[in-house]
Design a protein around this ligand. Structure first.
Ligand SMILES: C[S@@+](CC[C@H](N)C(=O)[O-])C[C@H]1O[C@@H](n2cnc3c(N)ncnc32)[C@H](O)[C@@H]1O
Length: 333
């Protein structure tokens, strides 16, 4: 099987479950049929669900410390009989997986939420097979482009948000630029970092973006701590919300978010490392191995992937499709 055009530069598009088969603008050129992939910090699992299409008949495991977040995705997978997809509650710093389990891993829009991203990447490295590949993507507020009316107020919005993120340890807004450093610190080799922009530059995108930011200003999770910490009182927030609403319909408005991406290998397969075999020979051998049937025993250190828990979770939580496509608070925007 040739290379699949999926995505590890990944899904820093607006990927939602509704778009899960498209993975717009994303490419995980290293994914292949039969691979085992870990989506670390999978959130609601909207990306995770789409990834199975790129490794089938392999296995995709979504792991997140917020166990309940992916209940909708579990239900979706069960209703649509999506095979090869598992979810587990797990801490990125200490996952329950055995060493050398996965062929690929993804950490999308999650390293920015961690105090010790390199440590989490070290854990990902541990559970990757020797030739395993990891893809990471994180927002980079230093590259934010904004144009249009009332720029000062809009910039003030981002100033407040960044202060809040840092103060409340929600996220580091400047993670995108450091992905290469984190991967190197975690012991990965052949680290390839890049950056890209997600633009909001047509009437529909500008409107959605501006109105979302206007409603952020009224969101108690933003407004309350902003007031408590004296970053902005309610009058200032109202002015900022009004500026976003104006911006949303102004034909001159434009915004673009920078994202850092990186791909790295646990131990890049070089000819010397492969006992004189070529990359193609090794790929062929790995393909043969991967064509094995998926074992009943899942890759946990001990025992089965929490199947009973997942099943009861899927039964316990009833959610409609709207929940699935509501997005998971991916950073950026
Ligand atoms: C912004 S969301 C990103 C979700 C998803 N990867 C995406 O891009 O849509 C960050 C996720 O990382 C998870 N997370 C943060 N710290 C974690 C940790 N120590 N272990 C596992 N998951 C963690 C959060 O629970 C949250 O679901």
């Amino acid at each position: 099987m040739g290379l699949l055009r999926a995505s590890v530069e990944l899904v820093q598009t607006d990927t939602r479950l509704s778009e899960r088969n498209e993975l717009r603008g994303v490419s995980i050129p290293h994914l292949k049929e039969g691979m085992w992939l870990l989506d670390c910090g999978c959130g609601v699992g909207s990306i995770t669900v789409g990834l199975i299409d790129h490794v089938r008949p392999g296995l995709v495991v979504g792991a997140d410390r917020a166990f309940g977040g992916f209940r909708g995705a579990i239900q979706y997978a069960s209703e649509h009989e999506v095979a090869g997809l598992e979810f587990i509650g797990a801490d990125a710093y200490a996952t329950p997986f055995r060493d050398d389990t996965f062929d690929a891993a993804l950490a999308h829009s999650m390293l920015e939420t961690l105090d010790r991203p390199s440590e989490a990447l070290r854990e990902i490295r541990r559970v990757l097979k020797p030739a395993g590949v990891v893809g990471v993507a994180s927002v980079e507020y230093g590259g934010l482009l904004l144009a249009g009316p009332s720029l000062e107020l809009l910039q003030n919005f981002y100033k407040i948000r960044q202060e809040l993120w840092l103060r409340n340890r929600i996220a580091n807004p400047w993670t995108g630029r450091n992905l290469r450093a984190f991967l190197v610190e975690a012991g990965f080799s052949s680290v390839e970092a890049s950056a890209r922009y997600i633009p909001y530059g047509d009437p529909e995108a500008v409107k959605r973006f501006g109105m979302d930011r206007a409603s952020d200003c009224q969101d108690p999770e933003f407004a309350e701590p902003a007031a408590e910490l004296n970053f902005a009182d309610s009058v200032t927030l109202q002015a900022i919300a009004a500026a976003w609403s104006r911006w949303a319909t102004d034909p001159r408005s434009f915004a673009a978010f920078a994202w850092g991406n990186a791909i790295a290998w646990k131990q890049r397969c070089k000819k010397a490392l492969l006992g004189g075999h070529s990359r193609e020979m090794v790929d062929k051998k790995q393909d043969q191995t991967r064509s094995r049937p998926i074992p009943q025993q899942a890759p946990l250190k001990s025992g089965l992937l929490n199947e009973r828990l997942l099943e009861s979770s899927a039964n316990r939580f009833r959610s409609d499709r709207r929940h699935l496509i509501s997005g998971d608070g991916m950073f950026g925007g």
